[in-house]
Design a protein around this ligand. Structure first.
Ligand code: 5GP
Ligand code: ZN
Length: 110
């Protein structure tokens, strides 16, 4: 656990969140400020700054994250977005995918 990391605190139960699913290495919880009818954050339980570091360091947690996203979204169309870096909008530096569903989405994304 990384001190002062918001999502590590959610994993540890120190900050409340609506957790909708979990497995051994990943959890999915509702985004506090949803931009779609379904907006979950799917994160590794272990701390990695972004998806690149997660991929490099811990393939098992990456696979667990993707598996969980697929299970939660089973049967519906969805978009899974990883912002990696402040320049593209990452604001919490614990790797997370935004799992979005329930409305139409433009392509290319804005
Ligand atoms: P990013 O901008 O880093 O890609 O996404 C961070 C996300 O975390 C945002 O969508 C934001 O709404 C969400 N978020 C920020 N603080 C909290 C919180 O305390 N609880 C939950 N559930 N989501 C949060
Ligand atoms: Zn963290």
């Amino acid at each position: 656990m990384e001190r002062n990391c918001l999502f590590c605190k959610i994993v540890a139960g120190e900050i409340p969140a609506k957790i909708v699913a979990s497995n051994e290495l990943a959890i999915a919880f509702n985004d506090i400020s949803p931009v779609a009818p379904t907006h979950l954050l799917v994160i590794p339980k272990a701390h990695y700054e972004n998806v690149s570091e997660l991929t490099r360091e811990d393939g098992a947690s990456l696979l667990a994250l993707l598996s969980l996203a697929g299970e939660v979204a089973a049967g519906v169309d969805f978009r899974l977005v990883f912002n990696s870096g402040a320049g593209v909008g990452q604001s919490v530096f614990h790797a997370h995918g935004h799992l979005l569903a329930g409305r139409d989405f433009a392509w290319p994304p804005g």
